[in-house]
Write a protein that binds this ligand. Structure first.
Ligand code: HGY
Ligand code: MN
Ligand code: MN
Ligand code: MN
Length: 415
């Protein structure tokens, strides 16, 4: 394979797009997708991905938390692999591109190298991470976090969904609790292709985003405990409604978001659960997920402290007890300078319009960055709409990012 013919290689995208369209037919929901992690729909896309990997000549392995790897041998196959991927699970009202572009872009890269007959020096591995979204099992990105050594495997297995199903039990149920020990393997590097999930590239009509860093995010799972009582005779002075505490926290978090909106801060409490949560009876139990994001880690920390105070205030006002069951925190200037430079130089050498951009959403790359040199490549998405069945992008908008992934990954794998 002459370097020049490889240098001039451009993925035309028809095969990539038909793969995207095939994936968009698995777990459909209104105009988008509902492929909550480890659901039957997630099993279906996993089965399809494993089949595609086999068809591309990849050696497939599944680790203990269901991460699926496809390996393409290198000339010096003992070297650490260049790892490429993202996630195929979606939000409950998800789009056809969030995560999917990164996994299927990596698959297309392998198929293209096969067509070109090019064997890279280092092995290349592609990966589908379990539970990136954290929509069914909290927290988000828990399986890439486990791979990076941040979460213990058995703790991950115990994560529990609304219906009482555990993450470990669901892995067994759908046949994706692999034998391969999770983690312990340090890739040479990691590259993740993803839609921006923000408006900048689309608004500026740019082809590629060079992701310099991630917004700092603080998340927490809060539990309130109160007491059931009759909504009729029970005096207001004696009430201990966990649902009221939860509702007060949801409103307080929104107020915090508005207090920092002028500096691009976001604060959300997107999930409130209560029990019994029925007419005629006050709730004794409630849980709230809180999530703050801001570009400056210091400001993000101040917002998180405000949320923490609001938890205590909401509990006191409702006469309940409270506990923060779980916290997660990611983002910041975590990406490897040389890898970011590689993405930037590759976009420039391929003649694509590009700019530096921050990621406001979390990604599996945030955990991979803790164990190996990591960078991300963004493509535009229509108006930044995402986690919404209106998420949209065209092949012309996606293919520059796929080509940057191809050339950056090969440059890294051949060095
Ligand atoms: O929460 C996040 O930003 C990620 O999409 N799960
Ligand atoms: Mn994603
Ligand atoms: Mn997402
Ligand atoms: Mn994400």
């Amino acid at each position: 394979m002459s370097p020049s013919s490889l240098a001039n290689a451009r993925i035309d995208g028809r095969r990539f797009w038909s793969t995207i369209e095939r994936s968009a037919a698995i777990g459909t929901w209104r105009h988008g997708l509902n492929r909550l992690t480890l659901s039957d729909a997630d099993k279906a896309i996993r089965d399809q991905f494993v089949e595609w990997c086999g068809g591309a000549g990849l050696a497939v392995r599944i680790d203990e938390v269901g991460n699926i790897f496809g390996r393409r041998a290198g000339r010096d196959d003992h070297l650490a692999p260049v790892l490429l991927g993202s996630h195929l699970d979606t939000q409950a009202n998800g789009g056809r591109f969030d995560g999917i572009v990164g996994v299927l872009g990596a698959l297309e890269l392998v198929r293209t190298l096969n067509d070109l007959g090019h064997v890279t020096r280092r092995p290349i591995e592609i990966v589908n991470w379990t539970n990136e979204e954290g929509a069914r099992f909290s927290p988000p990105m828990v399986a890439s976090g486990c791979f990076a050594g941040v979460y213990e495997r058995d703790w991950v297995y115990g994560r529990t969904a609304d219906d009482g199903a555990t993450l470990g039990g669901e892995l067994v149920r759908i046949g994706y609790r692999g034998e391969v020990p999770v983690g312990g393997v340090v890739p040479d590097s990691y590259l993740e292709l993803h839609i921006e999930q923000g408006p900048i590239l689309d608004a500026e009509r740019l082809q590629v985003g060079v992701v310099t860093h991630g917004y700092t995010s603080h998340g927490m799972l809060v539990e309130f405990r109160g007491e059931t009582a009759h909504t009729g005779p029970w005096p207001m002075q004696s009430r201990r409604s966990a649902l009221v505490a939860g509702a007060r926290l949801v409103a307080a978090v929104d107020d915090i978001g508005w207090d920092f909106a002028h500096v691009g801060g976001k604060a959300s409490a997107p999930r409130l659960q209560a029990w019994p949560n029925r007419a005629g009876i006050l709730s004794e139990w409630a849980q709230v997920v809180c999530d703050v994001r801001q570009d400056d880690p210091v400001i993000a920390g101040i917002m998180a402290e405000r949320v923490q105070r609001a938890v205590g205030e909401a509990a006191a006002r409702a006469g309940c007890t409270c506990e923060i069951l779980d916290r997660w925190n990611w983002g910041g200037r975590i990406f490897d300078e040389a890898m970011v430079e590689l993405v930037r130089d590759t976009a420039a050498s391929l003649g694509y319009s590009h700019r530096d951009v921050a990621s406001q959403a979390g990604h599996d790359a945030y955990f991979l960055a803790r164990i190996c040199p990591t960078a991300m490549i963004f493509t535009p998405c229509r108006g930044g709409i995402t986690h919404n069945d209106g998420e949209d992008a065209t092949l012309d908008e996606l293919i520059p990012g796929v080509n940057v992934l191809l050339h950056a990954a090969v440059a890294r794998a051949d060095r």
